[in-house]
Design a binder for this molecule. Structure first.
Ligand code: SF4
Length: 291
């Protein structure tokens, strides 16, 4: 990877008069030695895997071994049939698809980690739902996914994308920034707007802890996917209106890293703090381990 920061990415886009997704595919071509066509085909495969995960998740109500989760996504369309969501069809689809994918993950179904398995519902739900509702072409969805990919890659060069290293801000938070960037690309945003969308999304999840109940990627992980998918849309919409983060994205990423370092180990995937140590979580733990 020849680019190490978002500032460099923006400079390269300007110098070469290219979009972020074009730089992403150029970089991938350089690293892999594959042609752009081959790279785009691989991204299409990922996109199709994401769509299949949504389909599978929508069909299933099978619960995880814990017995706690797995049947929430089917509740949403039932409700929306009776009363449309306040934010309309796109909101309905994003939240439903995010839960469908995250529930598929807990059943050990096939998902695309994006950037991690715990946060696998955020990027796909935003890309797929908006593409369906806005009639966005497959090529443009691939452009969105490439954009999301380079955002995740540049962040991962500085911070390991793992709850155990920097809390959930480094998983669902980064996924939300990736989704915001993808969506901004798909809706016609320029380089600056895409970077601003990612900055706005990331800036507003800093400090998000990782405290999974019983160490399972279920509570709070599954529902968090739906929340942070919608968060990504807010960031993209604001960026497309010209709203900018006063703190540049590179500095927001540095802050995410430092915040992760400052975070207590009790809140970094050890299940020794936060929601994992609530009275209810401890009772669930007792029942689960008796099973
Ligand atoms: S809470 Fe922890 S385990 Fe769950 S998605 Fe976030 S980082 Fe992953």
């Amino acid at each position: 990877m020849t680019i190490l920061s978002f500032a460099e990415l923006a400079e390269k886009c300007k110098a070469q008069n290219k979009a972020i997704y074009e730089i992403a595919q150029d970089e991938e071509a350089c690293l892999s030695g594959d042609s752009i066509d081959v790279i785009r085909l691989r991204v299409l495969e990922d996109l199709l895997a994401m769509k299949q995960a949504v389909k599978n998740g929508l069909k299933s109500t099978e619960k995880a071994i814990s017995g706690w989760c797995g049947d929430d996504c089917v509740k949403l369309p039932e409700r929306f049939k009776k009363r449309a969501a306040l934010f309309g069809k796109t909101f309905e689809k994003i939240t439903t698809y995010a839960l469908a994918t995250a529930e598929e993950n807990l059943r050990m179904g096939r998902i695309a980690a994006c950037p991690t398995a715990g946060s696998c519902g955020i990027v796909p739900s935003v890309i797929i739902a908006v593409a369906e509702e806005e009639n966005i072409s497959e090529a443009e969805q691939i452009n969105g996914l490439l954009t999301a990919g380079i955002v995740g890659l540049l962040v991962s060069n500085k911070v390991q994308l793992a709850g155990a290293v920097a809390g959930c801000q480094a998983e669902c938070g980064v996924a939300s920034a990736m989704a915001a960037a993808a969506l901004t690309q798909m809706l016609g945003g320029d380089t600056n707007e895409i970077i601003q969308a990612a900055a706005l999304a990331m800036k507003n999840i800093l400090g998000l802890t990782c405290d999974p109940v019983c160490g399972l990627v279920e509570v709070p992980c599954i529902k968090r996917n739906a929340f942070l998918a919608v968060h990504a849309v807010t960031a993209a919409e604001l960026a497309l209106c010209g709203v900018e983060s006063k703190i540049p994205l590179d500095e927001v990423v540095d802050t995410l890293k430092i915040t992760g370092q400052l975070m207590s180990p009790l809140l970094k995937e050890t299940s020794q703090g936060g929601l994992a140590k609530t009275k209810t979580a401890l009772a669930l733990e007792e029942v689960l381990f008796k099973k």
